[in-house]
Design a protein. Structure first.
Length: 255
């Protein structure tokens, strides 16, 4: 993990934390809570994070606020300490959930970590089936939809009372805002915790060590290769075996 931090540090001198060009403001800010179980056979172990969606009619940005704080703290460290080793020794925890999604009109760009790199690619449009179920979530009347995404079935509760075709991560395209979403086995669950109609600057983090890919298929090939051997060079057998054992348990993916 410290090697990842060092890679971030080395590029900070040419790195900006937000996209200052073409500034846009949100019309709505949605806070989501996300729970992710990577091993469906061990539902007692999971990751969770509080995520943020900023959106207007044409653009949106979905991200983990903890990553913003991480980059801010790391930038402060580079000003406080004189060399890379001192910064690495004053370790800043890297959030476990680091993906983000930037949407402009119909283009949805996912950025997701794999090993020490962040990879960005355009996501395919989701084909939703609108169902007849209705329920109340807080004060909003919500409708149920489902879709098959990446060989999994997802269910989304959305409300037309907030007329943004938006939702968490890459789950967008319904005739209203998604307030709850989960996959069939509930190894991925996301629900809105707060909704405010407010103006905030929509600024995308410039992810450190980022690689732009042609499409998601290219990312899947990289992921397959990483799961077989996640190191750039030779490592002691006990380290390799331990890491491969961890990776073999991952059977739920969110990318």
């Amino acid at each position: 993990m410290k090697n990842i931090i060092k890679n971030f540090i080395l590029i900070l001198s040419s790195f900006s934390f937000t996209n200052g060009q073409n500034k846009k403001s949100s019309d709505v800010e949605v806070k989501y809570h996300m729970k992710y179980i990577s091993d469906s056979l061990n539902k007692e172990t999971y990751l969770e994070a509080d995520m943020t969606l900023l959106s207007n009619k044409n653009e949106s940005y979905y991200f983990n606020g903890a990553m913003v704080k991480f980059y801010q703290d790391l930038k402060y460290q580079t000003k406080t300490f004189s060399n890379v080793q001192d910064i690495a020794n004053n370790y800043i925890p890297l959030p476990k959930i680091r993906h983000n999604v930037w949407k402009i009109n119909d283009i949805i760009k996912v950025t997701t970590p794999l090993g020490k790199y962040n990879y960005s690619y355009n996501s395919d449009k989701i084909e939703w089936e609108l169902l007849g179920d209705i329920k109340k979530i807080e004060k909003y009347t919500c409708h149920l939809a489902k879709a098959t995404v990446d060989n999994d079935i997802y269910f989304a509760w959305y409300t037309t009372e907030i007329p943004f075709s938006e939702g968490p991560f890459k789950f967008k395209g319904l005739p209203g805002l998604i307030l709850e979403l989960h996959n069939k086995n509930k190894t991925i669950e996301i629900h809105a915790t707060n909704i405010e109609m407010k103006k905030m600057e929509i600024s995308k983090m410039r992810d450190a060590v980022n690689v732009n890919l042609k499409d998601r298929a290219e990312f899947l090939l990289l992921r397959e290769r990483y799961l077989k051997y996640p190191f750039d060079s030779n490592y002691p057998k006990e380290i390799v075996d331990r890491k491969l054992e961890q990776l073999r348990k991952i059977n739920v993916f969110l990318d």
